[in-house]
Design a protein around this ligand. Structure first.
Ligand code: G3P
Ligand code: CA
Length: 275
């Protein structure tokens, strides 16, 4: 029994499913997002990349080699090439007790458009699900990723949330420039500045202008818990990735972070006393 369990339920920490419930189902597939929704996640996380013909797809790596039965860079493949691949079979070979291989759409390449359809279906039921979208390779495409992303969000009516309600969408990136582009075109969308390490100029808890949310990796939290306090003192919210181990969840809860991004939403919700 952990400390987090002994206290009252942590209802204030948002539990974000990283690439869907990616411990139980193949990351970035409809199967993984459906599982996360079923598990009760408060929010979903996804990475987006541009295909050669300009579609945004949810793929983490530069290449499809690890997570599909194909090879090559996403940016060199067209959507039709990706649609011919299977993004689930690699998981069949992993030891994953909750994963029963399923064919078809559930494990085909996931476009951001399809994920937004699922997301809006869930929101239409009244559930306040949120979605955190991370822009990948924004330097290489010099603005195109953000342009396509905002175009798509606009179509779904999600690019300009009202100021008096929490935005269903937030945009995350390790690239300050990418976040700057997003804010310039869609000032009402919250942005999350992701960090693998703390750069010397940000040690005092400041963030690059415009971001109100910091996204430190769990390694930073473990080695510099005082930095989380500095971020809070500077008025920022803190969303930590990727938090899978009970001890890490407990540390995040003790530090009062606002969101935990995890491959195991069900386990984290249970540890926080939410289910
Ligand atoms: O949620 C942020 C986290 O996903 C960043 O790292 O490599 O998993 O995209 P990565
Ligand atoms: Ca990510």
């Amino acid at each position: 029994v952990t400390h987090a369990r002994q206290r009252s339920p942590h209802t204030s920490i948002q539990v974000v499913a990283h690439r869907g419930a990616s411990d139980d189902a193949p990351e970035h597939t409809l199967a993984a997002y459906r599982k996360a929704i079923e598990d009760g996640a408060d929010a979903l996380e996804c990475d987006v990349r541009l295909t050669a013909d300009g579609h945004l797809v949810c793929v983490h790596d530069r290449r499809v080699n690890r997570t599909s039965n194909g090879r090559g860079a996403v940016s060199a493949l067209e959507l039709a090439d990706l649609a011919a691949l299977d993004f689930g079979s690699w998981k069949d070979r992993e030891e994953s007790p909750d994963w029963d291989p399923v064919p078809g759409e559930l494990t085909s390449v996931l476009t951001l458009e399809r994920l937004l359809e699922l997301f809006t279906e869930v929101r239409a039921t009244g559930r306040p699900l949120q979605l955190a979208i991370e822009t990948k390779h924004p330097t290489r495409w010099a603005g195109q990723v953000e342009e396509r992303l905002l175009h798509l969000l606009n179509r779904f009516g999600l690019a300009a949330p009202p100021a008096d309600e929490p935005s269903p969408i937030r945009i995350m990136s390790f690239s300050g420039r990418s976040l700057h582009r997003v804010r310039a075109a869609a000032p009402a969308l919250p942005t999350v500045y992701l960090m693998q390490f703390v750069s010397p100029r940000l040690r005092d808890g400041r963030l690059p202008a415009g971001s109100r949310i910091a996204g430190p990796g769990m390694r930073i939290v473990r080695s510099h818990p005082g930095y989380i306090e500095r971020l809070h003192r500077a008025g920022h919210r803190v969303h930590v990735w990727t938090v899978n181990e009970p001890g890490d969840v407990e540390l995040c809860a003790e530090l009062g972070v606002e969101a935990i991004i995890t491959n195991r939403p069900k386990q984290v919700l249970s540890q926080l006393g939410r289910i």
